[in-house]
Design a binder for this molecule. Sequence first.
Ligand SMILES: NC(=O)c1ccc[n+]([C@@H]2O[C@H](COP(=O)([O-])OP(=O)(O)OC[C@H]3O[C@@H](n4cnc5c(N)ncnc54)[C@H](O)[C@@H]3O)[C@@H](O)[C@H]2O)c1
Length: 253
Amino acid sequence: MKLKDKVAIVTGAGSGIGAETARRMAREGAKVYCADIRAEAAEKTAKEIGGDAKSLELDVTSSSAIAAAVERISREAGRIDILVNNAGITIVGSIMDLSEEQWDRELDINLKSIFLMSRAVWPQMAGQGGGVILNTASIAGITAIPADAAYCASKAGVVMLTKCMAVDGARSGIRVNCVCPGFIDTPMIHGYFNDQPDPAAARDYAVRLHPLGRLGRPDDIADAFVHLATDDAKWVTGTAHVVDGGLLAGLPG
Ligand SMILES: NC(=O)c1ccc[n+]([C@@H]2O[C@H](COP(=O)([O-])OP(=O)(O)OC[C@H]3O[C@@H](n4cnc5c(N)ncnc54)[C@H](O)[C@@H]3O)[C@@H](O)[C@H]2O)c1
């Protein structure tokens, strides 16, 4: 077990990539706090995992709620070794389609939350001699997706914030990396397809974009997070690790 006795917080753990990451980290021996704005979804994941896993109702855009949660975890568990900033949303639209409120909401949940969560755990991690912060970015942080402007901008911000935190955290033993998934089969991507004029065609098109011939699964991303959290990645920091079935490598054949 590669994460034995580690204490981990996973946000957006009520669904998709976050739920699978929480499960896999727990399987490697971590005590996982499953955080989500939807309390019952967080509880479901924690219950499924069983053992030491705990659920946490948390809105990652609320600095006061974050402060209370981190204080509780530090008190209860005595340390915080891993933070997975994974909660996210997508609101489809070009800049001409999006309202200012939608832009702010997407940037707050996808990007500002990482600033808020990371700085809340930072003193605990630095004080205990180090830790690992992992962020869910996206291939959309590297290449533009049509009619997804706020999402792409937020994820490009996640890639750069990852690098900034890696550089700033290195001396305190805090490693920071992000994963850039391709299209992953989760409720989020179902919503994205349903917002397209022809959802079935949008799904087929997305599958064809991946040379490996299928959409990704939550475990494809969770495996990358587990690797980056362990000592197998002890000299890895500041990376944007692409896990995309080959999507960014080139045009599909
Ligand atoms: N599915 C994909 O194709 C894909 C691709 C690249 C990146 N991502 C990223 O992966 C991450 C997880 O997405 P997913 O596909 O598993 O989606 P999902 O919708 O299945 O899960 C997202 C979870 O985040 C939670 N959440 C939303 N707002 C929150 C808030 N304010 N506070 C706390 N929790 C909140 C939701 O309740 C939900 O449980 C997101 O950051 C997403 O942008 C997804």
